[in-house]
Design a protein around this ligand. Structure first.
Ligand code: ADP
Ligand code: MG
Length: 696
């Protein structure tokens, strides 16, 4: 897009605040703004007027249908399209859209994963308009962002708890700020999501059943070259990829998604896209749309976009970095200012963050657990499965000094100034870059790096928001209980005690080192390597208590999420095992048998000529042994998968998949990959890693 077009078309497919101002009667616009800003319920008269204006706008943009766009528990967005047409008595049609249609929809809740919520209540589910996230047009459909709830009001989606956690966090943050004499109108989370993905040739993608059905390669011998030369990272972008990225930017900008940075990543064919941060739930909506556009637009360039956490063994996997902060009326509350050591308000927020992560480290880990992400976390890849907090060179010494003072109990009465950073923020990078930390303070925000690339990151944000709200409340209670003392002294003591009590979670060293694993164990930090290890934290009494206290998730809503995740894990692995069996039986075994047949014929022919074909004879023997091994391993995997599938209890079923089926999958893969290494390229039925990762 040309420069002037960019400014003209930015947000053109979004029903923005400016569109509303232009198209709505003034009092309606004012009321709607109030609803949005103050997070208030909306009445039907207003909704009718908004619906009308929205429809007129959408029709002008060529839309013919509308849909309630929502995020069921499987994390993918869902939509059911209804057209605007309303037949009239005279045989003509009107394009109509009512306030009721805008505010509420009724998809069939039974077709979505619900973790058992439906069994106990009615099958009916409702989508409810979220006026805080703007409506947009996608493929001639007006999309209305909504929450998805059951007949009895229980959340069936990922967005409802996210919005509730934002409410809880705002409430507690305002209480903290009030103690510092501040009364902001709004406190919001800000979230910037860096999205990693792979792009490969579409023809390679189509030629591999594993990629098409599971998003990752279940077989594939190690490529001759990996990422060791580090030539891809930030390297020149391929022309086809460049053209794709340009169109992607254009499409995202039309949707007012502030795509900002694009570059190659560490692994061959791996790339990253980062938008400018936005209000939390909006950033997540936009990330889901971005993921959809990535896949869709890649095909225009003969490419396939892989969003899986580990599409290829032997090279890096993909994550999604969740950059997170809190902002009060536009002011970043995690901005340390030039003198963090004197900025008491900042230190209180920082201490609360550290305590929140330590208190709920297992839950944080569980919030990003999935079969795909297990290939990154706890598998010698970035970042490790152990949750720790990196504070960096500028902040760690301050924290250490505070703790030391605390031990000495000396300067308790030292009065600090409030540290209002009136000066503009200096452009100093006050953290060095530690890429191995799962939760890193990066200057004026935290970066949670454990999230999986294909994940809807509502879950980790719900945990973070709520866990932080809990610590804010703890601070307020702490101060209230010491109302006869000087606030500054009390707040300082809170900071010191908090850093002292949660010191174990702070770790600035190399998170990949094996020594860290031993050290973390000594510190008593959880190391939950796999999804079945991590998921129970979701229904731990401590978690139930946390979410209930802040009205984010009831016990049954939480349990439903646990069941849905546990089932998802087993289902995904069942599919992967099925695909492996299928590929082995229908592609690999026939290919190896036919190739070894050819070589055997050569051995026989040469023997007739009186030549002993030593190499060929050895090759046939190895190919035959390999075929026998694969044949046996396929049967073994089939049987193990069948028994795992039969396990009734979701937790035990997941354990069976993790402990029994995955090793059987690995054994089969090793046997097939070994054959790939000695078979001719011509006979091999699928593209190899060398082909897929190093295309031109
Ligand atoms: P990197 O992680 O590569 O160093 P940046 O520091 O440029 O990248 O930022 C990464 C992401 O963090 C971007 O999406 C950016 O908009 C986001 N970000 C920056 N400031 C904040 C903030 N206060 N809150 C949330 N996200 C932020
Ligand atoms: Mg980052």
């Amino acid at each position: 897009m040309a420069q002037d077009k960019v400014t003209e078309e930015y947000g053109s497919l979004v029903f923005s605040d400016a569109d509303m101002r232009k198209r709505l009667p003034k009092p309606t616009y004012k009321e709607l703004s109030r609803v949005i800003k103050e997070n208030k319920p909306i009445d039907l008269d207003i909704a009718n007027e908004v619906a009308h204006a929205m429809k007129e706008w959408a029709l002008e943009k060529g839309a013919t249908h509308f849909t309630h766009w929502f995020q069921p528990l499987n994390g993918i967005t869902s939509e059911k399209h209804d057209s605007f047409i309303t037949p009239q008595d005279d045989g003509s049609v009107l394009m109509a859209f009512s306030g009721k249609e805008l505010v509420q929809g009724e998809p069939d809740a039974s077709s979505f994963p619900n973790g058992g919520l439906r069994a106990t209540f009615e099958a009916r589910g409702y989508t409810v308009w979220d006026p805080m996230s703007p409506a947009f047009i996608k493929d001639e459909v007006l999309c209305i962002p909504t929450a998805f709830i059951s007949y009895t009001g229980e959340a069936l989606d990922k967005k409802t708890p996210l919005l509730r956690s934002e409410v809880a966090l705002e409430k507690q943050a305002k209480r903290v700020l009030a103690l510092f004499g501040r009364t902001p109108k709004r406190v919001i989370t800000t979230v910037g999501l860096e999205q990693e993905y792979f792009l490969i040739k579409e023809e390679d993608f189509e030629a591999r059943t594993d990629l098409r059905l599971t998003g990752r390669t279940l077989f594939g011998a190690e490529p001759s070259k990996g990422q060791e030369l580090e030539e891809h990272y930030f390297g020149a972008i391929r022309p086809s990829v460049n053209a794709f990225m340009k169109e992607l930017d254009d499409e995202l900008w039309k949707l007012a998604i502030p795509a900002k940075t694009k570059h190659n990543e560490v692994a061959p064919c791996q790339h990253e896209l980062a938008p400018i941060f936005e209000q939390g739930s909006l950033a997540i909506d936009d990330n889901l749309l971005t993921m959809e556009k990535l896949k869709l637009l890649a095909t225009n360039y003969g490419l396939a976009c892989l969003e899986h956490e580990r599409p290829f063994e032997y090279v890096n996997g993909s994550g999604k970095h969740d950059n997170w902060s809190i902002s009060a009326d536009g002011r970043n509350l995690l901005e340390p200012g030039p003198h963090p050591e004197d900025n008491l308000q900042f230190l209180v927020f920082l201490a609360c963050l550290v305590a929140a992560v330590d208190e709920h480290a297992s839950l944080m880990r569980a919030s990003v657990a999935s079969a795909g992400n297990d290939h990154r976390l706890g598998a010698n890849e970035a970042p490790p499965a152990i949750v720790s907090v990196f504070l960096g060179d500028a902040i760690t010494p301050i924290v250490e000094a505070l703790i030391k003072k605390e031990h000495a109990e000396a300067h308790e009465d030292e009065v600090m100034d409030l540290g209002v950073p009136a000066l503009p923020d200096i452009l100093r990078d006050n953290t060095d870059r530690n890429r191995t930390s799962p939760f890193a303070f990066t200057g004026n925000k935290f970066e949670f790096r454990m999230c999986g690339s294909q994940q809807n990151v509502s879950d980790p944000n719900v945990v973070l928001n709520t866990a932080v709200a809990e610590q804010f409340e703890r601070f307020c209670d702490y101060v209230a209980a010491r109302s006869d003392e000087d606030f500054l002294v009390v707040a300082m003591r809170f900071v010191r005690h908090t850093f002292r009590d949660h010191h174990r979670i702070i770790f600035d060293g190399n998170g990949y080192a094996s020594e860290w694993e031993a050290e973390a164990e000594r510190r008593g930090l959880p190391n939950l390597k796999t999804t079945p290890d991590a998921l129970p934290a979701l229904i731990d009494p401590k978690t139930v208590q946390l979410f209930q206290t802040y009205g984010v998730l009831s016990e049954s809503e939480l349990h439903a999420r646990y069941v849905a995740k546990a089932e998802q894990y087993a289902k995904l692995l069942n599919i992967e095992a099925n695909v492996m069996v299928h590929m082995a039986r229908h592609q690999y075994i026939p290919a190896i048998v036919s190739y070894s047949g050819d070589v055997a014929t050569t051995v026989a022919t040469k023997a007739e000529l009186g030549i002993d074909a030593v190499a060929e004879r050895d090759l046939v023997r190895r190919l035959t042994e390999g075929t026998n091994a694969i044949y046996a391993l396929v049967t073994e995997l089939e049987e193990k998968n069948a028994s795992a599938r039969e396990v009734a209890d979701p937790a035990q079923r997941d354990r069976a998949y993790c402990d029994v089926v995955i090793p059987a999958m690995s054994a089969l893969r090793a046997a097939v990959d070994g054959m790939e290494n000695i078979c001719s390229k011509a006979c091999w039925p699928v593209p190899s890693y060398n082909d897929m990762l190093f295309y031109v």
